[in-house]
Write a protein that binds this ligand. Structure first.
Ligand code: COA
Length: 362
């Protein structure tokens, strides 16, 4: 038995390939660096769903239908009450998605793609005491999310940065949330159930819950001069440095550089706090040096969450909403994997080894 199923192959997929030794991510035959250069979020949705669902998924049609679906799911925002608003945003998204009908068709898939994109901005506005802004179906998903969040049209650089983020995190092999989605899909429970399971797996700090704590860490470090002693003391206390390390990558996570590229666009448009950026770069360099010294046998490099934190912060998402934004982007990966799993049709049912007392002793 391998604790954490490390290196265990549990599915065949045509969706994405994570090469941990080379630091490469390929999504349906396209490498991530090409994808972030040429593809929009809607392109990646079409790419990942291609051949998995009945229905027309040509890009312009997809953008239109996704926009209409955002307008439809907006009606569910009414279900948010004061008690729900006390929960973290990702938990409210999960509660609202649990109210949606289940199914395995294109309609259900589009509804699930639209839902977190509409719910998160509405939740954040309600938490701030503001009225939710209705979607604008003619906009792209990224432009509409930012418009619903701030009630103003975002800049080109902001839309491009969010789009790059959504493309970058769209799919990533058999990560914990995607595995959860495939397990549920293998029981034929439906796409909504698969996505709900995946969101539950995503929210933990070892998976999609890390970027908020990355900013907490940067705040606690405070200055570049303080980085070495703060990071050293954190490791002395047995803590993990958030935004570093990965189960599969033994080199730098390629998604970190894709997001750094998006941040550069925002820097050029003067929309990034440069002090925070310089502090982050100093923390990154110092952390890499200390981790190399302290864990010589375990290559630990920067992962996607480090630059996610900086990017989403620059886009003015509050840090407790970062996991929710991750869910917006990763839903397409969960749906595609759930569909692929259903097509394969085999129930996922591994075995466990009993190590408890024998009946007589018990
Ligand atoms: N900071 C310090 N040490 C780390 C570390 C980190 N971020 N990540 C791993 N390590 C160390 C562990 O302490 C362990 O050391 P040991 O062998 O001396 O006990 C060793 O590296 C292996 O750790 P392990 O828990 O087996 O790795 P994993 O594959 O289970 O963990 C993560 C992968 C992502 C859970 C882990 O790297 C982590 O907790 N990172 C921080 C959270 C994070 O950024 N999550 C987002 C992931 S995209």
């Amino acid at each position: 038995m391998k604790n954490g199923l490390e290196d265990v192959v549990a599915a065949e997929t045509q969706l994405s390939d994570v090469n941990g030794e080379a630091g490469q991510l390929v999504i349906r035959g396209v490498s991530l660096d090409r994808l972030v250069e040429y593809a929009s979020y809607e392109d990646v949705v079409a790419l990942l769903l291609d051949g998995l669902l009945e229905g027309v998924l040509e890009k312009d049609n997809l953008r239109k239908r996704l926009g209409q679906m955002r307008a439809e799911v907006f009606a569910h925002v009414r279900a948010i009450d004061d008690e729900m608003l006390e929960l973290p945003p990702v938990d409210i998204i999960r509660a609202l998605i649990a109210r949606l009908v289940d199914g395995d068709d294109l309609e259900t898939a589009l509804r699930l793609l639209a839902a977190p994109a509409v719910f998160l901005p509405a939740i954040l506005r309600l938490k701030r005491g503001e009225t939710p802004v209705a979607p604008t179906p003619s906009l792209s998903q990224s432009a509409d999310i930012l418009t619903m969040l701030d009630a103003t049209l975002p800049s080109k650089a902001q839309v491009a940065a969010l789009d790059t983020y959504l493309v970058t995190i769209s799919d990533h092999g058999l990560n914990a949330s995607t595995f959860a989605a495939r397990v549920v899909a293998s029981t034929k429970a439906g796409l909504t159930s698969s996505v709900l399971a995946a969101i539950s797996a995503l929210k933990g700090p070892l998976h999609g819950g890390a970027p908020g704590p990355v900013l907490d860490m940067l705040d606690a470090v405070g200055t570049r001069e303080n980085a070495e002693s703060w990071l050293g003391q954190a490791l002395d206390r047995g803590e993990r440095l958030m935004g570093f390390g990965h189960r599969v990558y033994r080199v730098r996570d390629p998604r970190a550089d894709a997001l750094k590229g998006a941040l550069k666009l925002m820097i050029a448009a003067d929309q990034v706090d440069l002090d925070r950026m310089h502090l982050a770069e100093a923390v990154e360099q110092t952390a890499l040096a200390i981790l190399k010294e302290r864990k010589p046998n375990r290559p630990l490099d920067v992962n996607v969450e480090f630059y996610t934190a900086l990017l989403l912060d620059a886009l003015k998402f509050p840090r407790d909403a970062f996991t929710g934004v991750f869910a917006i982007g990763r839903t397409i990966g969960w749906i595609a994997h759930a569909l692929e799993q259903s097509l394969d049709g085999r129930l996922i049912r591994p075995r466990s080894v009993y190590v408890g007392p024998l009946p007589q002793a018990a």
